[in-house]
Design a protein around this ligand. Structure first.
Ligand code: G3I
Length: 362
């Protein structure tokens, strides 16, 4: 089995479909009678190709997801507020449906996420008699949450984003100044990883972060990781979210970033990739939509070709299935129409799809 995919239980034969030869990289690909070749199969034995899904996706787009992807992650259903909305009251139904779907199609399953400052339920911070919860109580609750969730999916979820977005490069200790930091202290990250490892020793444990290509953020993440390693905390890899744009970051910077973390002996996964046609929090289109989609296809191809130089990269997960469901249009102005994914709003493969497909061939 290819070294990148050891432990996934997926076949390692690389199937390169003849259809990829000469396939045009164009922004719009009309629906045709010819079946779309499988991205997952094209990349089989090299990198798992993942999608973030919810229950609605697997009902309405199940065939597309099963044909095109070899891995899934729940976009929202495994987050703490979804799985333990009230203390000790666990809800795994929505996530279980995703897990059942993935298993029935022999897909790998990532778990996202066990601890995230934006998704910690309020009860975590409430103590007895209206007092705030103290460090010991919060750690006991964190342990119970992780035991329950990781235990529930033991042997099914192969990789967990144990902590999400904990880095703040503006803080002297590089950790976000949030309630976890204030109530528990610096070592809450250590505890989260140790609890997850105890609950499923075979699961691969990731620290998941955005903007890892930015110098200050990257330096801080490297520092935090080195600290975890020195203290013997069981961390296996870095999840690079990669919510990027057609304008940035440069492919060389992504390459350098992956190398920096691989040097620490870590596995790299791209966990939430999408490529916006806009600049961040900007509603202006800087070129024609067709030109931007062509640029998107080119950059997706360049990124995926670069990944061939990185045996440390084991998976690339897109944050959504079709452009109709992207989070980038959530809470956006009415005329904002981002198209960051590989399939258009009708579920048809875009230029971006063909570029990623073609990039599978070395
Ligand atoms: O499901 C309810 C619906 O019933 C209700 O009517 C509606 C009204 O607001 O809200 C719906 O829930 C929303 C949910 O997405 C499902 O669409 C939540 O409000 C909304 O906050 C939630 O946003 C998610 C966000 O994380 C916060 O959890 C996005 O879908 C999801 O894509 C996004 O994912 C994050 C990753 O976890 C971490 N990295 C960044 C990434 C993008 O923000």
């Amino acid at each position: 089995m290819h070294k990148r995919l050891r432990g996934f239980g997926l076949a390692s034969t690389i199937i390169i479909l003849g259809a990829c030869t000469g396939t045009p990289v164009t922004p719009h690909v009309a629906a045709s009678a010819v079946p779309t070749p499988s991205l997952a199969k094209a990349w089989q034995g090299q990198v798992l190709i993942g999608a973030a899904v919810d229950e609605k996706n697997i009902q309405s787009q199940g065939t597309l997801i099963a044909d095109q992807f070899s891995s899934v992650v729940a976009e929202n259903a495994m987050k703490p507020m979804a799985t333990e909305p009230r203390e000790g009251e666990f809800h795994f139904e929505a996530a279980d449906a995703i897990v059942r779907f993935a298993q029935s199609h022999n897909m790998a399953i990532r778990g996202h996420t066990l601890l995230w400052h934006l998704h910690t339920p309020d009860w975590m911070w409430q103590g007895k008699n209206g007092q705030p919860a103290d460090r010991d109580l919060v750690l006991a609750r964190l342990k119970r949450h992780i035991d329950a969730e990781v235990g529930h999916y033991k042997g099914q979820v192969y990789a967990w984003d144990v902590v999400n977005e904990v880095i703040d490069e503006k803080q002297p200790d590089c950790l976000r100044n949030d309630k976890w930091h204030q109530v528990v202290g610096l070592d809450y990250v250590d505890y989260a990883f140790r609890y997850a490892h105890a609950a499923d020793p075979a699961a691969r444990l990731f620290i998941n972060e955005y903007s890892t290509t930015e110098t200050a953020k990257q330096r801080c993440l490297l520092r935090v990781i080195q600290g975890l390693q020195e203290r013997g905390v069981p961390v296996n890899g870095i999840g690079h979210q990669m919510h990027i744009s057609v304008f940035y970051p440069r492919v060389e910077d992504i390459d350098q970033t992956l190398t920096a973390f691989a040097r620490l002996g870590l596995e790299n996964q791209i966990t939430e990739i999408d490529m916006s046609l806009y600049k961040w929090k900007d509603n202006h289109l800087y070129d024609t939509r067709d030109n931007l989609l062509a640029l998107q296809a080119r950059r997706y191809g360049d990124i995926m070709r670069m990944i061939h130089n990185h045996p440390d990269v084991t998976a690339a997960t897109w944050w959504g299935v079709t452009d109709a469901g992207t989070w980038l249009n959530q809470d956006a102005p009415a005329d904002h129409n981002d198209q960051p994914l590989l399939f258009d709003a009708q579920g048809q493969p875009k230029g971006a799809f063909w570029a990623v497909f073609k990039a599978a061939r070395r």
